[in-house]
Every structure is written in C-alpha cells, then in structure tokens.
Design a protein around this ligand. Structure first.
Ligand SMILES: [Zn+2]
Length: 277
C-alpha cells in the first residue's frame, strides 16, 4: 500500500501526529511508503529524514502557495534537485480556495493580504506570471516529477493537462477533482482520465466534504478507469489515523460494488508507480 497524500505536524494547523508518528502508523499497517504533503512549505527535507530513519519510501514535494513564493521556479528547482518528486499547483492560496471560504494562511493573521494564485485560462495568457508557470512545467518535465493540480479550477486543470501532454510530462495527478475545489463533474473527470490524467479520490472527502456520498465517489472511481488513485488526505485530528482512513475509503467503495482488487491497486501499485522513479 502507498498513500499519495497525507499531512503531518509540524504544520500551521493541528495535525494528528508528527512525521515520525505518522510514519510509524504506516509501518505498522504494512505500507511501503507515502507522500508527505504540506500547504505552506517544502516537505523534501522532512521526507528524506523520515525515509532514512523508517526504511519506508517517504516522498516529499512542494505546494506552490505564497509561503514558497507562489508559482515560483526557484522553489521548484530547489525541491526537485534535492530529491523531491511532487509539485502541487496552488492549494490553500488558489483563487478557488478564497471564493469557497476554505482555510487560508491569512486566517491566522489579518495583516496578511488575501491575494490569490491562478494559471490560465483564469490568468490571461499574456500575463507576465505565465512565464514562471511555463518554467515550472519545464522543470517538472525535465525532472520526470509528478504534477498534481492542487485546488485550481477545472478549466485550469484542463489547461495544465494540455501543457503536460505538450511537454511530455508523464506523471499527472488530478488532486481530488470531485472535492469542493476544484469541484469537477464526473463526465469532465472521465474525459481528462481518458487523455492520461490520474484521478485522486480521498478519504477526507468521505469524512468531511459537505454533500459527498460513497455513491458519488464510486461514480468518480468508475470515471477514472485504470488511472484511479485512492489516498487518505488524512492527518486532521478529527479523522482516523491515515492507514485506517484509507481502509475505510476502500471499504466504502467496495460496499458500492467496486472490485476490491482494483481498489487495492489504486491505493498501492498505481500511486507507487506514479510517484517513484
Ligand atoms: Zn491534502
């Protein structure tokens, strides 16, 4: 088993455990590894330290939010040159996050302005910031890293997939596309999966997404076809331990009639091959 999305302490929000505690829970559950995600800092150093001490394949990366300079090629070059494997486009500082009133760093201190991040087509193609987006995409291609779409809108996810295909980026994951952000429809998810996008479904959605049901997640899983990836996105104090969270997602989808073997692959070999070189 391999969990492609988990959060641990230290973080700006409370988490269920520190890196070593989260690592121990995966080791006890027999996992081979996981991807450590943080919204406001690179996890490359933390993942490397934990990998060496635990023997698990702990993978780090960088989420392109304002604390790392936004869509910042310097942050990406640094992360990928130090062994990072994953780049998430804006999550907590995406324009979608602000309009959906989901948590932002500025919630901690109102002296921080509320400016947001976007890519085309929300950002105009002639915006000077687009050259940084292109540089980041080139870096992902050159390092054979994983492009995760983050919380940007469905139209931006589509634009990112087109860019990825044009640049030969072979590792592309739609970050929980049926979550509130980006809030993509099943038919749109099916179309992007057909064109090569992997599709993430998270246990977090099952536990915490307003209006979400196991039946809707099962429809997304069907739409993803062979590119389905199941992840926990756990680490919240009010979610189960990450391995238990992912197990509950698998059980819920099994109860909806999906093949258990296929679901195990989606939480094991598929994400492992997507992320590891
Ligand atoms: Zn997450």
């Amino acid at each position: 088993m391999f969990d492609v999305h988990v959060h641990a302490a230290p973080d700006v929000l409370d988490r269920i455990g520190y890196d070593d505690q989260i690592g121990a829970s995966y080791a006890a559950a027999g996992y081979g590894g996981f991807v450590l995600k943080a919204h406001h800092e690179s996890t490359v150093g933390r993942a490397s330290a934990l990998s060496r001490s635990s023997g698990l394949d702990v993978v780090g990366g960088v989420a392109l939010n304002r604390a790392v300079g936004g869509i910042n090629p310097a942050a990406v070059l640094s992360a990928l040159s130090s062994g990072g494997r994953v780049v998430w486009f804006p999550t907590a500082d995406s324009h979608t996050q602000e309009s959906a009133r989901l948590p932002r760093l500025g919630d901690l201190d109102d002296r921080l302005d509320r400016s947001v991040l976007a890519v085309p087509p929300v950002l105009a193609e002639d915006d000077p910031a687009v050259k940084d987006v292109a540089f980041v995409l080139d870096l992902i291609a050159e390092h054979d890293a994983v492009l995760c779409t983050g919380h940007v809108s469905g139209d931006e996810c589509r634009w990112l997939l087109e860019q990825a295909l044009a640049r030969g980026i072979g590792r592309f994951l739609l970050t929980h596309p049926s979550y509130t952000v980006p809030g993509m429809e099943v038919r749109e998810i099916a179309e992007l999966a057909e064109r090569g996008a992997h599709v993430e479904i998270t246990a977090y959605q099952l536990f915490h997404q307003p209006g979400m049901t196991a039946a809707r997640l099962a429809a997304v899983a069907e739409a993803a076809g062979p590119r389905l990836v199941l992840a926990s996105d756990a680490g919240q104090p009010n979610s189960p331990e990450p391995p238990a969270a992912l197990e509950q997602l698998i059980q819920a989808l099994t109860a909806e009639g999906l093949d258990p073997g296929r679901l195990r692959d989606a939480a094991g070999d598929t994400p492992r091959e997507l992320v590891l070189p």
